[in-house]
Design a protein around this ligand. Structure first.
Ligand code: HEC
Length: 122
């Protein structure tokens, strides 16, 4: 129990810390003009994108490519132009951030390794 709380304190801090930094990046690069976190806008929501690519080993690369080269016909009629002003570093950081937004079922797929439970008392 102690470990669970401690683990969350550390992990949650890390997650919220980096999510914040990259959301700022996404705003700075104007992504959020057309994308929202959890709702479809002009483009798909960041969470939908995360869900689409989270199980794809090449997911981060594909997101980076979409940022650099644009995308069409993946989500609907509206294409996304290449976001040419986004630096390679920013594209990488934003791709990692988007993937981190995938719905929580991820946690079930990769169960946290718990130390062997103490024998139950009867
Ligand atoms: C002018 C509006 C607009 C802006 C600005 C914009 N997008 Fe998009 N984005 C779209 C639309 C529309 C789509 C759906 C394109 C499609 O159907 O293939 C999309 C799709 C995407 C996809 C999914 C690509 C795929 O192949 O599944 C990603 C990832 C993405 N955008 C990331 C970003 C990021 C990161 C930024 C900021 C650097 C950004 N977008 C800025 C409109 C925009």
């Amino acid at each position: 129990m102690k470990y669970a709380i401690l683990g969350c304190a550390v992990a949650c801090l890390l997650v919220s810390g980096s999510a914040f930094a990259s959301e700022e990046l996404a705003k700075k690069n104007n992504c959020m003009t057309c994308h929202q976190l959890d709702k479809k806008a002009m483009g798909p929501s960041m969470q939908e994108i995360a869900a689409k690519y989270k199980d794809d080993a090449e997911g981060a690369k594909k997101i980076e490519t979409a940022i650099k080269e644009g995308s069409k016909d993946a989500w609907g009629k509206m294409p996304m132009a290449a976001q040419a002003s986004v630096s390679a570093d920013d594209a990488k950081a934003i791709a990692t951030w988007i993937l981190s937004l995938a719905p929580a079922e991820k946690a079930e797929a990769a169960p946290v390794e718990a130390p062997a439970a103490p024998a139950e008392k009867k």
